[in-house]
Design a protein around this ligand. Structure first.
Ligand SMILES: Nc1ncnc2c1ncn2[C@@H]1O[C@H](COP(=O)(O)OP(=O)(O)OP(=O)(O)O)[C@@H](O)[C@H]1O
Ligand SMILES: [Mg+2]
Length: 276
């Protein structure tokens, strides 16, 4: 049994009413290669509701490729991904239509891009950016959309007076917080994030991380987050997968991996961060 399987088994505890907690997401032997060792290969894991999984590794190790496959945005060469819909039905992601995968990313899932400009609609107001996903879920009442937009602006610490402003008038940190609000308003169960603090100043990063951590905890979100910043991984992730040259070389609980790395590559990664 792998360490990850052992952890998963441990996580498979019983609810007070006796129901076993089922995994939200099951990934089996996923491969997507653009060339030898370029991309991701033979990746398997399970994710449970409310769990935060960090994917770490050097540039080019395949983190974004893996995240794109996991989130339904890039067809794998091999392997399967099953996810549990909000109605409890277990579904094969790539056996579903592309339209279904797109809908999923706008409703039950979210995707926070590194560059907020890729995840926001820059030509419509902040309020409309937040309301859009609610409309995709069938909310049509203007008052409800406005109230929810205001509530979410407040949640991500953007002043209510900015609701009708275009995102391009916002700072980078505000744009990223708006992108997070836009993703969370539909109450997703699973959110993918690719270097969400990557392009920001250090002080802005710290504030965003604090906010993200509180939101993830309060909403019980499951998150798969790509980062090459081990401090970000330490702060947010329950578990880590370490990637090198398209393969997962080590996985397990975050504290275990960062405090007692087993694979030589992880040891190097951890020690290089500790050096000034
Ligand atoms: N669409 C593509 N076509 C060809 N090669 C690609 C494509 N996407 C990624 N690659 C290659 O696959 C490898 C993994 O890239 P990927 O972007 O997944 O790495 P990463 O770990 O996210 O890196 P970074 O930390 O720099 O974002 C790289 O060698 C990259 O050049
Ligand atoms: Mg990347």
């Amino acid at each position: 049994m792998s360490a990850l399987q052992a952890i998963n088994n441990e996580a498979q505890c019983n609810m007070p009413n006796g129901d076993a907690i089922e995994p939200l997401f099951q990934v089996s032997d996923i491969t997507r290669l653009f060339g030898p060792d370029k991309g991701c290969q033979a990746v398997s894991f399970e994710l449970y509701p409310g769990e935060v999984l960090g994917i770490v590794g050097e540039s080019g190790s395949g983190k974004s490729t893996l995240l794109n496959v996991l989130s339904g945005r890039c067809q794998p060469d091999a392997g399967t991904i099953h996810y549990r819909q909000s109605d409890g039905v277990l579904t094969d992601l790539y056996a579903s239509s592309e339209a279904r995968r797109r809908t999923l990313l706008r409703t039950e899932w979210g995707f926070v891009e590194q560059n907020p400009r890729d995840g926001l609609r820059m030509t419509v107001s902040a309020g409309a950016n937040i309301g859009e996903r609610l409309m995709a879920q069938g909310v049509r009442n203007y008052g409800t959309l406005r109230t929810e937009s205001l509530r979410w602006l407040h949640q991500v610490e953007i002043d209510a007076s900015r609701i009708d402003d275009l995102p391009r008038t916002f700072s980078g940190g505000m744009q990223q917080r708006l992108q997070i609000a836009r993703n969370l308003v539909s109450h997703p169960s699973l959110v993918f994030m690719d270097e969400p603090t990557g392009g920001l100043d250090v002080s802005v990063q710290a504030r965003l991380l604090d906010m993200l951590r509180a939101l993830v905890r309060d909403l019980g979100l499951a998150v798969i987050i790509v980062t090459h910043d081990l401090a970000v991984a330490r702060l947010l992730a329950d578990r880590l997968m370490v990637m090198r040259r398209s393969r997962v070389v080590e996985s397990g609980l975050t504290d275990q991996i960062l405090d007692d790395p087993q694979h030589p590559y992880t040891q190097l990664l951890v020690s290089s961060v500790l050096q000034p």
